[in-house]
Design a protein around this ligand. Structure first.
Ligand code: 5GP
Ligand code: ZN
Length: 114
């Protein structure tokens, strides 16, 4: 747990937020400012600021994040219509929260990336 980290506080319950799914090493919440009808955040329980801090021993966690994405795509009914998975890293990508997380966006036609 990193001090003053929003997502660590959400995981610990210090900041209340409905967990749509909780796996052994990650959990899923809805984004507070959704950019699409489905906008979820898939968040490792352990604090990593960036992907570069995830050494190969964390491959199971990365797999678990994709498992969570597959499961949520099913429950959000976007498997057929489509969705986008995004991980923003640092300034050029506009990363706001310095706790690694994956966005899942879907439920409507998404704009081009860039
Ligand atoms: P980033 O830009 O770091 O990839 O994305 C951070 C995301 O976290 C943003 O889409 C923002 O709306 C969301 N977010 C920031 N604070 C909170 C919060 O307290 N609760 C939830 N559910 N989402 C948050
Ligand atoms: Zn954190």
């Amino acid at each position: 747990m990193a001090e003053d980290c929003i997502f660590c506080k959400i995981f610990s319950g210090e900041i209340p937020s409905e967990k749509l799914l909780e796996a052994e090493d990650c959990f899923v919440i809805r984004d507070i400012a959704p950019k699409a009808p489905t906008h979820l955040l898939i968040i490792p329980k352990q604090h990593f600021t960036y992907l570069s801090g995830m050494t190969p021993e964390f491959q199971p966690l990365i797999g678990s994040m994709f498992d969570a994405a597959r499961e949520m795509a099913d429950s959000e009914a976007v498997v057929e219509s489509g969705y986008r998975l995004v991980i923003n890293q640092k300034d050029d990508a506009g990363q706001e929260v310095p706790h690694l997380h994956m966005h899942m966006l879907g439920g409507s036609k998404l704009g081009p990336m860039g």
